[in-house]
Structure formats: C-alpha cells, structure tokens
Design a protein around this ligand. Structure first.
Ligand SMILES: [Zn+2]
Length: 324
C-alpha cells in the first residue's frame, strides 16, 4: 500500500510549467507525472521505471493519468466520408475537457494515490474549453494534480494562471544543449542551435534544414521576391513554421541594421548586412509588429496562404529605400 509522502501531500492542485518552446517542458512534465504516480520513487524523486504504475504509465494506459492535447481529440471526422486529409488539430475541445469530468469523480486506482491531468499545450484551450477547465481548477477534486504546459503563457486566461503554481522553465545551458545535439547525431549543432534560438528540441523537431535553406533563398530576394510564389511555398510548411522563419529573418535584419550582428541566420550574415542598408527602419519595425500579431493568431484556421501573400507583399516593400 502506498502512502502519499510529505512532499506529495504538499503539492499544489495545479502546476503551470511555462517557457520557450523546445526546451524540454513537456518531457519534464511527463517525467513529473510518472514520478508522482510511481509506487517507489527514488529519494531524488525520479520514478523507478519498474513498478506496476511505471509500467502502465510507460505503456500509455495508466488509469490515473489523462493527457489533454489537440492530437488526443478523437471526434470521428475521418468517418465523414471525405477523402480529404483532415487538418492537424490545433485546439483542445470542450468535449475533451468535459470527458475529464468522469475521470475526476472516480477515486484513484491505487490506495491514497494521486490522479494526474496533463494539459499540453495549455494555449490550445479555446474559450469554451478554458472555461470548462477553470471550473475544475476552482473546485479541485482531492488527490488530483493538474499539470499545464505552456509555450505562450500570455495566451492563457489570467484566471487560469492565478489558479496554478507557476514554474518558469529555463533554457538549458548552451554547452549542455550542444553536447546533447551532437549525441543525437546533429551536424552543424552550433548553427542549428542558433537558428532554434537556443532551444535544442526545436532543432530536432522543427528545423527542417531543407526548408530553412529554401526560406532563406526566398527572403534573400528582398524587393524582387514574388509574394504569391513565396506564400504558396511557405504555406505548405504550415503557418507557425513559415511565420517563425520570417520572424527570425526580420529579427536578423533589424539586429544587423542596428548592430551589424545576426543571431539566427549566421550563414547569411554578409547578405543580411547588405540588405539591411536598403531597409527603411520604421517600416521594418511596423512589419515586425505585424508578424507578431499574425503569429499570435496562427492557430486560427483563416486563409493562411492569402494572409502570407499580404505579409510577403509588405516584405517586398521594406526594400524601397534608395541606397546612400
Ligand atoms: Zn515506479
């Protein structure tokens, strides 16, 4: 029989792990959940990996664990008879949150054990599902720990944030990140880590080297870029990735025109410095704001390609300033 140890008894009802994407928050949250469910964790809190609870957890069928993420949503759109591939889900639906209701009413399968709800990423909650979750956080059932993971804490309801114990997750140290990337067999680890803004998991998950090279080749065209062609190429990468690539490029243009340095596209430093000379700085700053705005709305299923056309058209207009 398991007793909740003192440390566990003092646990908050809800924990919010937040910080940059790609630094390992989700893996940390998974490990934390396993450790809270483990029947004989080590003294440093690590799960044993061998008890029955760890066994269930590692096979993704622990009865006291629920994961809420957009990909877990199983409403049956595939059966609607359309041959079209359904788009990747970006939201956690209110139906997913409602299903939690039954789970919360049960007691743990283990005597005195905890039940864990992991929500990833929390910004994928829409207005309805966020409100549903809020009601649960306001009257937390005994023995349940909610773990929320967020890359964009500013997109969460303040009332949800205030119900959670916030934990600001740090970037890994550069040396640690580089040695980990090299272990993963990544060549050009330094360059890739720069591009990923110091977040090593983004190197492995998101940075498609071919896409990065293609994007740079587009952006390098500056005022001669064809917005329609660029939009159609970029849209195929997905809105988040397309906007992220352009945001980094604009950041480098800005940094280059102010300090002569670049941060993300180191291999194009010389070209960026040359381009920066023909850029109108106030237009560049406006454009950066426009991109930030577009990025905040990137999960909305608007017409992405149309939006990218407008963005690239504005991009070409940055380079109107006469040299000298
Ligand atoms: Zn265990």
């Amino acid at each position: 029989m398991k007793k909740i140890s003192d440390g566990r008894a003092r646990l908050p009802h809800a924990i919010l792990l937040y910080g940059n994407s790609g630094i390992g928050k989700y893996d940390f949250a998974r490990q934390l959940a396993q450790s809270l469910l483990c029947l004989s964790p080590a003294s440093n809190g690590e799960p044993c990996g061998t008890c029955s609870s760890c066994g269930w957890y590692l096979q993704d069928n622990h009865p006291d664990f629920r994961l809420l993420s957009p990909e877990q949503d199983t409403d049956d759109e595939q059966d609607a008879g359309t041959a079209k591939k359904s788009p990747r889900k970006t939201q956690i639906s209110v139906a997913q949150v409602r299903e939690l209701g039954g789970f919360l009413e049960l007691s743990s399968h283990q005597s005195d054990g905890l039940r864990i709800v992991l929500i990833h990423p929390a910004e994928a909650l829409n207005a309805a599902s966020a409100n549903g979750l809020l009601k649960m956080l306001e009257e937390p059932p005994a023995g349940v720990v909610f773990i929320l993971v967020s890359h964009q804490i500013n997109r969460l309801l303040p009332t949800i944030i205030s119900r959670c114990q916030k934990i600001d997750m740090p970037f890994p140290e550069r040396e640690v990140a580089l040695s980990w990337l090299k272990q993963q067999g990544q060549e050009n680890a330094e360059q890739l880590l720069d591009y990923a803004g110091g977040a090593p998991l983004n190197v492995v998950r998101n940075v498609d080297q071919n896409a990065t090279a293609e994007n740079a080749a587009l952006f390098l065209q500056g005022g001669r870029l064809d917005p329609f062609l660029a939009a159609s190429k970029s849209a195929s990468q997905g809105m988040e990735i397309a906007l992220d690539a352009l945001q980094k490029w604009i950041y480098d243009l800005l940094l280059s025109s102010l300090t002569g340095q670049v941060r993300y596209y180191n291999q194009h430093a010389t070209a960026l410095q040359a381009m920066a000379k023909s850029v109108d700085l106030s237009l560049l700053l406006d454009f950066q704001r426009q991109l930030n705005e577009a990025r905040r709305n990137a999960n909305h299923p608007l017409n992405n390609e149309l939006q990218l056309e407008t963005i690239f058209l504005t991009y070409t207009q940055l380079f109107m300033k006469k040299a000298g």
